[in-house]
Ligand binder design. Structure first.
Ligand code: ADP
Ligand code: ADP
Length: 226
């Protein structure tokens, strides 16, 4: 059973707020799965649970039959607000992420070549020495996505990455994201509140229920082209 398996996941915040009541999902490796659902239905909480950012949860989250929190599963997260280090250049943001996750080559020359390729793949070669806060939202998001792919994650999580962008920038980034994903087809969960985006990107669409007693519904998307 290769892929991501979520079994009886339940998350209650310390405040007593039930964020996820009952989540059972089985998703094959190497797909993009979009997650839609009303505000408060637990979409962000689901990503946080997978990313290991919650102090606790009930249930199991497995990748290829092992806990996702084991060392061999590397999880990349792209938050809505880009999550870049503001006091580091674009180049260094990517380099630091690769070093921390041990995905950079140890030879300096090879590492620089890798970073150049990731920047080029997102069309931001000319921004390498810029600082994040001097960039537009769309440019920062390109950096965040380049960085996420650069660490070669086993699971890639994106939390409404394009919601804050204007329509044209959003469409450009959707295409760039898909091109990069097809070259690196990692198992991807993509939260969006935009149904069109969910249909454009997701091989399966996960619909979070507002009623926390039921598990999310999975819809196979036959319109997706990848
Ligand atoms: P969504 O991303 O679908 O909007 P969230 O996962 O953000 O949903 O939230 C699910 C529920 O958990 C909501 O009722 C929200 O208010 C609550 N919640 C989210 N984060 C926290 C937190 N850190 N502490 C307490 N309650 C939270
Ligand atoms: P998102 O749905 O993208 O997480 P939110 O606006 O729901 O955005 O949450 C923003 C931040 O506030 C998150 O860190 C979340 O954990 C926290 N949060 C959300 N709902 C609650 C809540 N009911 N109590 C405490 N913290 C919350």
């Amino acid at each position: 059973n290769k892929g991501l398996a979520i079994k009886d996941l339940k998350v209650e915040y310390k405040s007593g707020q039930l964020a996820l009541g009952q989540v059972d999902l089985s998703l094959p490796e190497h797909g993009i799965y979009t997650i839609i659902g009303p505000s408060g239905s637990g979409k962000s909480t689901l990503l946080r649970a997978i990313a290991g950012l919650l102090p606790s949860y009930q249930g199991q989250i497995l990748f290829n039959e092992k806990s996702v929190h084991e060392k061999e599963t590397l999880i990349g997260l792209v938050p809505q607000n880009y999550g870049l280090l503001p006091w580091k250049t674009v180049h260094d943001n990517i380099q630091i992420a690769m070093k921390i996750t041990h995905t950079a080559s140890s030879s300096k020359q090879e590492r620089e070549t890798q970073i150049k390729q990731w920047l080029s793949s997102m069309g931001i070669s000319d921004l390498a020495e810029r600082y994040p806060l001097s960039l537009s939202g769309g440019q920062q998001q390109r950096v965040a996505i380049a960085r996420a792919f650069a660490i070669l994650p086993t699971i890639l999580l994106l939390d409404e990455p394009f919601s804050a962008l204007d329509a044209i920038t959003r469409e450009t980034l959707q295409v760039l994201f898909l091109e990069n994903w097809m070259a690196n087809p990692t198992t991807t969960l993509f939260v969006t509140h935009d149904v069109e985006e969910a249909i454009l990107l997701g091989q399966k669409i996960i619909v979070m229920p507002s009623n926390k007693e039921t598990t999310p519904e999975i819809i196979d998307n036959h319109l997706v082209f990848h």
